[in-house]
Design a protein around this ligand. Sequence first.
Ligand code: TGC
Ligand code: FAD
Length: 389
Amino acid sequence: MLGIDDELTSDERLIRDTVRDFVGKRVLPEIATWFEAGTFPKAMARELGELGLLGMHLEGYGCTGASATAYGVACRELEAADSGLRSFVSVQGSLAMFPIHAFGSQEQREEWLPPMARGEAIGCFGLTEWDFGSEPAGMRTTARRDGGDYVVNGSKAWITNGGIADVAIVWAHVDPTPGSTSSGYDVRGFVIPTTTRGFRTQNIERKMSLRASVTSELIMEDCRVPARAMLPNVSGMRGPLSCLSEARYGIVWGALGAARACYEAALEYAKTRVQWGKPIAAFQLTQEKLVNMALELQKGQLLAAKLGRLKDAGELLPQHVSLGKLNNVREALAICREARTILGASGITLEYPVIRHMNNLESVLTYEGTSEIHTLILGQAITGHAAFA
Ligand code: TGC
Ligand code: FAD
């Protein structure tokens, strides 16, 4: 309505149109079936790689090197199809490729980034554990130094792409390096090929959300990796939290795609569904719903565009990302729920995209920092007081 996309560059518009065309032809005709069956077709990885969407905001190593805004726009168009598709791209690019790119050795970058950009190698990111979700620093997974190796023990829960991954970025507490002045345990990232002995996965089934996405447990039992598997250039929680900032930024945009799809479905339905001899779009209460949905979509889009430009200028702070994720996911979910009411009974079936998006966004509200955690991050930024514990 406000023509916010008019401010995109021609490259960003080209990426938008390319992704929109791809999901229209390749994903939308199939997605309800994938969702119902609870599958994510692995072949999708190479197709996304061919489009240059994997690690697309990274430079070199076969990555596209697109702007942050272009990455956001791509996330929006992918999530207009399904949050599972955007999740795949977020995890691959922002959670698996980004830490290798930002914190990895030259050898790790050269080994993993080109095949990951092509979608030939799939990555996952293991931070959360069964007992440590919002509070990942409490993790129990350990990596013990043993000669020239590390031996990793522990498990990670709720890991997107886990069961189909070729490589896992696993965050673990390590023993203090001998001779180091560090008095405690430190968190480090490890690049672990999933074929490593002692590494296995178990898929989490019976999900009612993000069904077109693989979610797994990672189990490491005396999983021995060479010391060079450790990401050399970051230590402490800054490592995983920096990756989260990248992925959360994509969600700020992505959630708007799901919301837009629901808004469009509701508008179309309201224009054609007749009760009392009139399209339900002609009733004031329906119009109020549609207007509020359109308002929040435009506001969310303005916010995403602002964050995109801040990120492109290198000025994006974690609290900016929290502001965007908190607002846009919360409002996107509200839009999907409102759209569901406009579709009446039809809104509960997979014939329309609405309940699928709505259920997906329940996960999006929780992962990458729950809405409560983002509220607390913002509360701390505003007041200077941390209220997490
Ligand atoms: P804290 O003491 O606050 O900070 C430790 C260090 O990290 C730095 N930092 C950040 N850096 C970059 N980006 C951020 N967002 C950062 N937040 C903090 C900070 O400056 C500090 O650096 P340094 O150099 O001084 O050491 O850390 P904390 O451990 O107390 O954490 C606080 C809290 C609660 C905000 C954090 O734990 C948190 O965000 N919790 C939520 C957990 C979460 O979001 N998990 C997501 C798991 S991955 C996932 O869900 C993937 S879903 C993927 C998909 O399918 O799309
Ligand atoms: P908890 O932390 O137990 O929180 C439960 C409730 O308590 C929430 O409402 C929370 O906001 C609230 N709460 C917790 N602490 C506080 C507090 N201090 N103040 C107020 N309220 C609080 N993780 C990964 O590492 N990698 C992945 O790829 C990944 N993919 C995921 C995919 C899916 C589909 C899902 C659902 C999750 C995924 N996760 C992943 C895990 C996700 O990041 C966690 O679920 C999330 O961080 C929340 O942790 P939790 O579920 O243990 O909830």
